[in-house]
Ligand binder design. Sequence first.
Ligand SMILES: Cc1cc2nc3c(=O)[nH]c(=O)nc-3n(C[C@H](O)[C@H](O)[C@H](O)COP(=O)(O)OP(=O)(O)OC[C@H]3O[C@@H](n4cnc5c(N)ncnc54)[C@H](O)[C@@H]3O)c2cc1C
Length: 308
Amino acid sequence: MTVLSQSPRDYLDQISFKIRPVFDQPLDVLTSVRVGGKADYFFELTQIDEIVQVLRFVSEFQLPFFIMGKGTNLLVPDSGFRGAVIKLGGDFKKMALQQDRLVSGAGVSDQQLARFAKNHALGGLEFLKTIPGSVGGAVYMNAGAHGESVGDRLKEVRTLDLQGNRHNYSIKELDLAYRRSRFSDSPEIILEAEFELTPKPIDEIQDKENRLLDIRKKTQPVGKKTWGSVFKNPANASAGRLIEELGFKGKSFGGAMISEKHANFIENKNGASFEDLLKAIDEIKQSVFNKYGIELETEGRILRNLFK
Ligand SMILES: Cc1cc2nc3c(=O)[nH]c(=O)nc-3n(C[C@H](O)[C@H](O)[C@H](O)COP(=O)(O)OP(=O)(O)OC[C@H]3O[C@@H](n4cnc5c(N)ncnc54)[C@H](O)[C@@H]3O)c2cc1C
């Protein structure tokens, strides 16, 4: 029997995945804004050979495919995703020190990485304590805060391309810019990242983390259902300030509300739909353009097929 005469589910039953997919996995619960429908196939993968098997599966059946981290910069349509979503667990949640380098799996959370560095008296990643994503998402987005970004400390990144070939990129090859990397245009699966850190007393690291967390609590809607900053800051301006000046703070769009604390955050206040979020984004973009002639660019990603 050829592969294409089988259904994707029959195929999955026959191959030897150690971890079975979850069918019809709700994705809202896997995102920080808690919006979105179901994915047909959801895999939490622990090893590279499992990723290769899933890549083969989606390629055989020409299914859409997406990799998510902790879903903290992600919008999922209410219609969900008629394909396979993967998330990295197992081996990808490991960290190790190799001489002066800290090597982290892409599935490690930013906060676990910051804690590991602190426990080994290595400074430079304190700002990650304030960002709720994963190392894979942080590399993909070149995440940053308080004037620092992941790219300041990254040395190498190991990936798997969508054909299953392995790559090793040096910092120069990552094309990092403000909330961008080479993967923004040409997605690959980020497996592991290597950071170079600076020895620093643990109490100094702790003080810096406390200071940054304090600023965050005072200025942003910490603990609310959001997906981080909605828009990138335009050159020489603050997106939040432009939006605030237009009176958007506290304004509702269905179940979504522009944060009263920081106008560049939209909260899922009351069962917001994907459409509510898009309506808010569109209206803000239009108003900012009409008033200032500035085209705001969204920072977060919408879940869609990586192959396109
Ligand atoms: C309250 C709050 C505060 C935030 N503050 C900040 C901030 O200060 N600075 C900042 O930069 N961001 C901030 N963010 C946004 C977000 O946390 C970061 O962008 C984070 O790096 C996204 O990581 P993630 O694992 O959640 O990625 P996801 O949201 O799951 O995915 C984001 C993108 O990364 C890709 N991706 C994730 N993992 C991989 C992988 N292993 N391989 C390939 N691609 C991958 C996805 O395909 C997707 O395109 C904030 C978010 C929230 C909710």
